[in-house]
Design a protein around this ligand. Structure first.
Ligand code: FAD
Length: 633
């Protein structure tokens, strides 16, 4: 039998970003024992990198804002493919979740009269992002960690042990979920430092593992984001949806090469920064798509007036949803009007005094100064699209966050549905809070309702351990031995070049062939040394997840023969009403991904009627519009 350290818990949360921490707090407040496991250091997650803010219709900056407007913006941003129930819960509950953070000790920036200040962001009708300068995610994580410490202090008083109810397992990677029959029974992984194996025996797992960005070469994501949660869920029998929709953020750094892809927050444009091409032209006015015509300013003068008088002017097209801006930048560069290093210019220097820029965007100022030797208060930045966020993820019940596998829950970026084909900026932090809480509640209710606890089959633990050490085996043919870094880099390059921001059938097919070839080489991956901190081994294990998830993205992208949100097909450049209500679901068949199409559940009537008939008519078929009162006139 494999030597494995064992830990029994009521709930195991995999991931210590915003979604994971919020789930931990909720499950613990229901009295359950919770382990939180994270691959990196506790506190180092994407959430901590979030700069711009957290979207919530608090109405502080514009009293016209409310959950219905936020709901509409979210659905529009996602081009109506969103799971509308998730979008509804998110819009309704986000303001309470932001307030709640202040009860944990967060301190958001304030308006002159002392309310939480809110900033403009792409696709949001009103200033809606609660923020802390450009370090909002850091404040979220700081306060949720602080809340966890305060709960641990309460536990110490009651049980004499700080870790009686919540224990953090940092730098510990989960490689397999274990089931008893059809329900979750545990999670298997290894300590990154020692390589020792660890088993969590638990009836409920909340996946909160974040994104998949590391499957692409140019990305704002850091090393942890290899799609582990997505792949773990698939291998446990759950489905993923919307995997063809990958968000390429329009503004990543393009220079120097060592920092290519690092994010330049949308807050720069929200606070007044504008995009220009090499001719100095504010080109976004040329790229307002038909479905948004009439909603955005048509002249620079109107766009500039909007910053100070939003009620009487339309917003700048610099703040169109991200997919539109990313495509526009791509087109300008292709047309030869790009910046010297293959991006375009983002100018805030000419738009406000240097001190104001440093006050509002301190991280951006330092990021450019230190990494590119550019002073953003004096010269424009060079920016271009970077793989940023995956809209696709584990399919869950909107209210409980449970997947189709009993005992398996998911929240945050690794879950799917909420954002449809494209996420609005700021809607992720609010998503983490709303659905992290719901996943914690869902898992707690599930555990409380169990008649008996599942048992971990020992044979499955042995198989998980065997799979984990496989990269140390000698290859059968020494000449065929593969280096995990080479395969990793081949995978990233293929996804970047062939399933990136602009796609076409023949290139996606090439990508799929390349993925097959890489998959065939994986069994020959060998790593040297031993299990003690061995990054080559860690990467060899991540590769399996990256391949499965990349295959989902490519297969779904090939199947969807239209362009919508974060999926642009050069060979099918328009929205196609045939695809309006079709979702693509991915399931694992062994180590392969299979994709099937299914219909979206029609929107509830009261939500449907929140939209003007004329707007829906741009997306919906006549049949779908039949029940809308606007059509009867
Ligand atoms: P993360 O915060 O990504 O955390 C994932 C956790 O899972 C980590 O703890 C990781 O170690 C752990 N993990 C992963 N795999 C495993 C495994 N196998 N075993 C154990 N642990 C594992 N959104 C906004 O709304 N507003 C913004 O202003 C904003 N700015 C952003 C800026 C940047 C640079 C980036 C990259 C993203 C930004 N986003 C923003 C998006 C947002 O930050 C993320 O979508 C969100 O934080 C994801 O949170 P999460 O809780 O789902 O996962």
């Amino acid at each position: 039998m494999t030597s494995v350290e064992r830990h029994p818990y009521d709930v195991v949360v995999i991931g210590a970003g915003g979604a994971g921490l919020r789930a931990v707090i909720e499950a613990r407040q229901r009295g359950l024992s919770v382990a939180v496991v994270c691959k990196s250091l506790f506190g180092k997650a994407h959430t901590v990198m979030a700069e711009g803010g957290c979207a919530a219709s608090m109405g502080n900056a514009n009293s016209n804002d409310n959950w219905q407007v936020h709901f509409r913006d979210t659905m529009r941003g996602g081009k109506f493919l969103n799971n509308w129930r998730m979008a509804e819960l998110h819009a309704r509950e986000a303001p309470d979740r932001v307030w709640e953070l202040e009860t944990y000790g967060a301190l958001f920036d304030r308006t002159a009269d002392g309310r939480i200040s809110q900033r403009n962001f792409g696709g949001h009708t009103y200033p809606r992002l609660a923020h802390v300068g450009d370090r909002t995610g850091l404040e979220l994580i700081r306060t949720m960690q602080q809340k966890i410490v305060s709960l641990q202090q309460e536990d110490f008083k009651e049980h004499g042990d700080y870790e009686a109810k919540i224990k953090v397992f940092a730098e510990c990677t989960i490689t397999e979920l274990i089931k008893d029959g059809d329900r979750i029974a545990g999670a298997f992984g290894y300590w990154r430092e020692s390589g020792r194996f660890v088993l969590f025996e638990t009836p409920a797992v909340v996946l909160a593992t974040g994104g998949i960005g590391k499957s692409f070469k140019v990305t704002s994501n850091s090393w942890e984001y290899t799609g582990d949660g997505h792949a773990l869920a698939m291998r446990a029998g759950a489905s993923l949806i919307n995997m063809e929709f990958v968000q390429f953020h329009p503004t990543g750094m393009v220079w120097p090469p060592s920092v290519k892809g690092i994010l330049v927050t949308e807050g720069v444009r929200g606070d007044g920064g504008v995009l220009k091409n090499s001719e100095g032209k504010r080109f976004m006015f040329d790229y307002v798509p038909e479905v948004f015509k009439g909603q955005y300013a048509e002249t620079e003068e109107e766009a500039d007036r909007w910053y100070t008088d939003p009620d009487n002017n339309r917003r700048t097209p610099d703040l169109l949803p991200r997919d539109e801006v990313a495509r526009a930048i791509n087109a300008e560069v292709k047309a030869g009007r790009g910046s010297p290093h293959g991006g375009v210019f983002l100018d805030i220097a000419s738009r406000m005094p240097a001190e104001e820029i440093k006050r509002r965007l301190p991280s951006m100022y330092h990021q450019f100064k230190e990494l590119a030797d550019v002073d953003i208060t004096a010269e424009p930045m060079e920016v271009g699209p970077t793989c940023h966020y995956v809209m696709g993820g584990i399919e869950v019940d909107p209210d409980t966050a449970q997947s189709s596998v009993p005992g398996l829950f998911a929240a945050g970026e690794c879950s799917g549905g909420m954002h449809g084909s494209n996420r609005l900026g700021g809607n992720s932090l609010s998503d983490l809070l709303v659905f992290g809480r719901r996943a914690g509640l869902g898992a707690a209710s599930y555990v409380e309702g169990l008649a008996d606890r599942p048992a971990v089959p020992e044979s499955d633990v042995d198989s998980a351990a065997k799979a984990a050490v496989a990269p140390f085996d000698e290859p059968k043919d020494a000449d065929a031995s593969e280096n995990p870094y080479t395969l990793h880099s081949d995978l990233q390059q293929s996804m970047n070049d062939l399933v990136g921001i602009i796609r076409k059938a023949e290139e996606i097919e090439q990508a799929l062939a390349k993925l097959e070839e890489i998959k065939a080489r994986v069994p020959n991956v060998t790593v040297e040394g031993h299990r003690q901190f061995n990054p080559g081994w860690h990467l060899a294990l991540d590769l399996r997840n990256m391949l499965l998830v990349s295959e989902c993205v490519a297969k779904a992208a090939l199947r969807r023969t239209e362009s919508r949100g974060g999926h642009t097909r050069d060979d099918h450049p328009q929205l196609d009403s045939l695809w309006r209500n079709r979702l693509l679901e991915c399931r694992a068949e062994g180590e392969d991904a299979a994709v099937v199409a299914k219909e979206q559940i029609p929107m509830r009537q009261d939500l449907f009627e929140l939209f003007e008939y004329s707007e829906l008519a741009k997306y919906y078929s006549e049949d779908e519009l039949a029940g809308h009162p606007g059509g009867e006139a």
